[in-house]
Structures are given as C-alpha cells and as structure tokens.
Design a protein around this ligand. Structure first.
Ligand code: SF4
Ligand code: SF4
Ligand code: FES
Length: 239
C-alpha cells in the first residue's frame, strides 16, 4: 500500500511553515504514524515526493505505548497519538500530519506543551495534609491517574488558550483526584482555585468528550469534580 504523508515542515517559530509530501510504502496494516515517521527519518536521504532532499522531521516520542503523551499531534485534523494511529485507518492513502496548534510550535510536528505543566504547578495539585479515606473515590482516582498530559483535550476546546485563565481538562482531570478528599486549608484552596481556573472558564460544550487517547471519561470526572467542589464548599461533606 502506498501512502502519501503530508507533513508540516517548519524549521522554528520564526520561520514560516508549509506542508511537504512524502511517499511511504508498506505491506503491513499495523504500521503506525510513529513507525512511519521513524522509518522516514532513518532514510539515508529524506526526499519529498518531488525528489528534493529535506531535513529530518522533528517530532517527539518516548514510550511508543500510549503511556507518555509525547507523540500527540494532529492527524488528519484530529488530535491523536502517533504511536496509537495506524496508517491503514485512513482509506484514502493520504494522511496529513501537523503539530498541535493550541501550543507554540517548536519545529515541524513538535509543539511546546510546557503550559500544561505550568498550570498544574500553579494549581498546586498535591496534598500536604491528611485526606479523607473514602472508598467511593477509589475508582475516580484511578480513572484520573491515567491522564498522560498529552493536551489532546485542550486542542479541541474552544475555551482554552495557552497561558490564559482557563486551564482546561488536562488540569481538571488530575485535580479531580483530590477535590473530594483533601482536608483543611489545602483542600479549600484547591477547591477555590478549581472554581477560578476550571469551572468559571468551561463552557460545557463537551467538545472534549471522546477525544482522550487514554480513554478517560472526562465528562463523568467533570460532573463528579464539580459536585465535589460544591458539596465540600457548601456543606463540608460529600453525599
Ligand atoms: S466542556 Fe467544552 S469548554 Fe469545557 S473543557 Fe470541554 S471542550 Fe472545553
Ligand atoms: S485528559 Fe486525556 S486528552 Fe486530556 S491531557 Fe489527559 S490524557 Fe490527554
Ligand atoms: S510515544 Fe508515548 S504516547 Fe506515543
């Protein structure tokens, strides 16, 4: 099977970018975008479809097992993991690869997602004191712990812009682990912060539903987190 990979090429933030097309051939139905990119970069000379020699493609990966989020990019316009997307899913044989657009570009397919981690630090999602032991929260905490901070949910969110007041679901999901169970000042600070940087900014459009490559039930976690903030703030306990 022949695939035409249209890949966004951009040397750096200051240079203009454009798509270049590369031919990739394989007999296997299981080749992923990540494998194809590795193979292209492994070529002695990386020529585009017109025969012009180009630089190696800048893209990120680490685990290649859907565990780190590093390879998140736009694949045919949808934010996905390159290591979890098979070329054969595209029946037209023409696949477009771009960096996530909600974040500053570094080069080619790599975006700077540092804002995700900065927002988590600002939110102070950690506990310095006791937490309520509550069996009802175990499954919720497990679900939330699967977030790989890939940023795919931010990419589709109409309300998220990097560096602005609304932190989006990549902050809501980790926060949801502690909102219901954190005691004392720590807990009330986190719940106030949650109100400011999550609840106030979220338009509830649910564009982020079903986009998470980790399969996290974002909608369910958001409903549970909002309820936890309300109940703990108003009544000091959970129903
Ligand atoms: S519900 Fe809408 S506004 Fe809220 S995080 Fe999801 S996409 Fe963004
Ligand atoms: S919630 Fe899902 S889509 Fe959003 S950052 Fe976490 S793993 Fe990625
Ligand atoms: S390389 Fe880690 S999620 Fe794709």
């Amino acid at each position: 099977m022949k695939y035409l990979l249209e890949i966004w090429r951009q040397r750096d933030r200051e240079t203009e970018g454009s798509f270049r097309t590369y031919l990739y051939e394989t007999d296997s139905l299981s080749v992923t975008v990540a494998s194809a990119l590795s193979e292209l970069n492994g070529r002695k000379e990386l020529k585009d479809i017109s025969g012009e020699i180009t630089e190696k493609i800048v893209w990120e990966c680490s685990c290649l097992q859907k565990k780190c989020g590093a390879c998140a990019m736009l694949i045919d316009g949808r934010p996905r993991l390159a290591c979890d997307t098979k070329l054969s899913e595209n029946k037209k044989g023409k696949i477009r690869l771009e960096p996530l657009r909600k974040f500053p570009i570094i080069a080619d397919l790599t975006a700077d997602r540092q804002v995700i981690f900065d927002d988590l630090k600002r939110m102070q999602i950690w506990s310095e004191s006791e937490i309520f032991a509550d069996d009802r929260n175990n499954s919720l905490m497990y679900e939330a712990s699967r977030c790989i901070q890939c940023g795919c949910c931010l990419e589709v969110c109409p309300n998220f812009a990097a560096g602005e007041k609304f932190y989006g679901m990549s902050a809501m999901v980790p926060a949801s682990r502690l909102l219901a169970v954190m005691k004392g000042k720590n807990g009330s600070d986190l719940r106030k912060q949650y109100g400011k940087v999550i609840t106030d900014g979220c338009g509830k459009s649910l564009a982020c539903r079903n986009i998470c490559p980790a399969g996290i039930d974002i909608e369910g976690l958001m409903a549970r987190s909002n309820a936890a903030v309300l109940w703990r703030s108003l009544f000091g306990f959970m129903r």
